[in-house]
Design a protein around this ligand. Sequence first.
Ligand code: C2E
Ligand code: CA
Ligand code: CA
Length: 720
Amino acid sequence: MAAVPDPTGVDVGRGGAQGYAADWARAVRRIGFVPLSAAETERLLLLHTVRLAQVVRADPFSARPAEEVGRALVEAHLTEPRALEWSLRALGDEFPARVLPPGDRPADLGERIAAVQGGLAAGFARALRDRTFSQQERIARSAWQARDEVEQALRDSEARFRAVFTGAAIGIGIAGVDGRIIDVNAAFADMLGYSIEELCEMNVAELFHADDAAGMWELYQELIEGKQDSVRVEKRYHRKDGSIVWTDLAVSLIRYDDGRPRFTVAMIEDITERYELQQRLRFQALHDPLTGLPNRTLFFETLGRVFDTAGPGQRVGVCFLDLDGFKAINDSLGHDLGDRLLVAIGRRLAECVADHGHLVARMGGDEFVILVDGGDDVDDAVAVAEAALAAVAAPVHLGDQQLAVSASVGIVDCPAAETTASELMKAADTTLYWAKAAGRGRWAVYDPERSARDLARSALVAGLPAALDRGEFVLHYQPIVSLLEGTMLAVEALVRWEHPELGLIGPDRFIGLAEETGLIVRLGEWVLRQSCHDAERWRREFPDARLVVSVNLAARQADEPTIVATVADALATSGLPAELLQLELTESAVMGSAGEPLRSLHRLAALGVRLAVDDFGTGYSNLAYLRRLPIHCLKLAGPFVEGIRADGTDAVADHRDERIVDALVRLAHALELWVTAEAVETSVQAERLRALRCDTGQGRYFGAPAPAEEITARLRRTTA
Ligand code: C2E
Ligand code: CA
Ligand code: CA
């Protein structure tokens, strides 16, 4: 440290002022925090030591400069009270001896030291007070400033809120926890058609739509009770004029600082247009555009709900309705008329069940379904089906056309717990098919046992192709006998299946499904070839018998484009002359699938084969057509012959059936057709049929279907 010059005779050496200042500096640094380095502190205190020495020796004496030293200590942040205490004590105890040279001490040194101590203490205290004061002032000032800023911020946010509140396109409303409306903005008022003032007199509950009121209060209550802080729902409100406005509503809760609910703030947006569009889209998605009826999606949705909510023991019923022959109407009269027919039928169905609250849906095409709501038993569903059939059956007037249509209905009714929606509809579909197969224009009720039999049948038919390959089929032949002479003129080939496990199976158990699956085509061709083969053998052995073989031709087979070639080939391969082959077609097969006479008929007739209409009288044959068709024979269906009841003991004839047979035979003869009566079981029946001039008869009375050898034996007997 550089030596300090001593103009006033102060001993500044190491033992004097410098040593004193060093001790002083050490003391203050030990006592409290000093924001100066050790050297800086020592240099500062050396200046004050020298200064104090000058004050004590000055003439005239004044203690005032000592106050400056006290103040300077505070300004240098040497503010610890204990540091002041040390400074004052050292000034009394050590200062004179260490800093003031002995020969140069004033006489009143004691008083002067005391005055300097007082001055220094006073300066220190005053400076400290001033500093504290200014510090407080600074704090106060910044506190004020801060408060101003907060208030400004509040004012800003309030202004911003106001701007949003008044200017928002969204409706904003503030209500008390009791629902009383406190304030709303213009958008809110506009949306509901009230003035702001009117709304501020109201309670939010008055705006709820009647249907939602309960639910809305519940939501509101949850909010107010603090269970939720905000809710968002799509709700409708009443406008002042009574109309409805759909809104997207968001309500949030504003609380007091202590958490108690204070206000609710609701923001509503008018979504009426969007809502209506959505409803329209939903309607479109769930309704059939042609008839406006619910579509299959809505039907299955509703059915699913019935199953989901069904109580114990509740029944569910459906009537599955399909128009009969709609395709023919569409094909012959055009799709436009077909569409109009569907619209008319749809409207009638909807009207006939409307009172009972049943759902009518269009499943597609000409299929409709009625969901029978809350029926007690199957009779209720049957009643619905009958009403629907009656509604369909009434003639439909479309422009100057009058159409008579019929429908078939499959009915399923069972406890909801016992089935599923898809099982139910599958059963309805199966049952509809039964109704169609039973002759259309009627209903059928689902029968689980029959369905099981059907299933067994389909399992059987699945094995049919392999059975053909293994040669498990055989033909039995049934004689067709001249009623006048009693001679066997023909035999009908009837197929049987020699099943390795089930034994001999009759055609009724597999022909139907074979027709549906198309397997009949292969099976039928086998029957045809085998029949021709057997008949050719008989012809060779008994040429004079001129025995005709009559082969059943399924509609599906007759429809095949290759049928003429197949028949020609069967004849050529076997060598059988065409006139010894007769093909039996049902009325519907004769009319073909499009409702027009089959084109192949003429080509088959041109081959020289005979054509017979099988089961005549059970279909809808258009008698006028018959004349134009190359038909040779009518086979009167069993039921007509059955009607000519004769049990041998008392011959009670049903005159109505007899008259029909009489008329048919006359008609057939007028058209130069032969008539064969089927299912002739008694001699009396045979006698009457002969009297009615039927040409030939077939049935147990003349011989049951039998293996080819038996026919051979019979031929041998009669020609012998
Ligand atoms: P269908 O063509 O009407 O054949 C006559 C049916 O009447 C035969 O039944 C025959 O056994 C039965 N029948 C014979 N005598 C009497 C009688 O006195 N009273 C009664 N009520 N019925 C009698 P089957 O053999 O069971 O054949 C049933 C049906 O299966 C046939 O009816 C025919 O439609 C069909 N079918 C049989 N074989 C073939 C075939 O090879 N191809 C095709 N497509 N169908 C066949
Ligand atoms: Ca037949
Ligand atoms: Ca028949």
